[in-house]
Write a protein of this length. Structure first.
Length: 110
């Protein structure tokens, strides 16, 4: 089973300046294939109870690239086809590499 990913603008603040975030993409080599990872970085975040956090960093692992940037959507967005990673051993391997490389506790799989 494959899915599509619409590439979001990278290195551009999305949302209000005081609580926005920006995205970066990374291609990670794993078992001879490229894995598409999307990094989300927020400078700060204020919750409704008044608590504020700074430096939120999350990685979303989309999956193995099947066809990279293979078409443009009707809205002019670039689209990539990927295969989600469902094998638990592979997920743990990838998560370990990302945690070691980026020092983040937040790694999610599509």
């Amino acid at each position: 089973m494959t899915k599509t990913y619409v590439h979001a603008p990278v290195n551009v603040t999305i949302g209000p300046e005081d609580r926005g975030y920006c995205l970066e993409e990374e291609l990670l080599e794993h078992r001879g294939r490229e894995v598409l990872c999307v990094h989300s970085k927020a400078g700060s975040c204020r919750f409704c109870d008044g608590i504020s956090l700074s430096g939120l960093y999350t990685i979303f692992v989309k999956g193995y690239i099947v066809t990279d940037r293979y078409r443009i959507s009707d809205n002019g967005e670039v689209v990539t086809e990927f295969q989600p990673i469902v094998d638990e051993v592979e997920r743990r391997e990838i998560e370990a590499v990302l945690r070691e490389k980026w020092g983040t506790a937040q790694v999610f799989f599509d």
